[in-house]
Design a protein around this ligand. Sequence first.
Ligand SMILES: [Fe+2]
Length: 135
Amino acid sequence: MAYIDWSEKFSVNVREIDAHHKKLVEKINLLHESLLDNRGPEAQKIIVAGMVEYAEFHFTAEEKLMLRHNYPDYQKHKAEHGRFTDVTLDLQKRINQSGFVLSLEILNFLKNWLQEHILVTDKKYSQHFNLNGVY
Ligand SMILES: [Fe+2]
């Protein structure tokens, strides 16, 4: 069993966004594996960078879609993305300095944040997007 198992309960009923979320789940699962395998800071740096980069790409795409379809909760939603970005950029900074490695505590934060964000915040836009013909 993976650290985070994707299941239909996470679907926001927009194909492109579901694909992004699956990829983000994969990235966090990779981080978890690197922790379990005791991979050193060099390997972790690369995986963290990959996760940060992908999250950035995904948030930007989601925010563009919200703007394009005049999603009313855009500002609040964007602020939530911003908090995740702040935490992960800080994590990346620390990991790029020697000696710092991931912990289960950090991984749990990323996992909980993503699950909560998809299940609560992202799910709120499903109806809005679907009503605008976005699936
Ligand atoms: Fe989001």
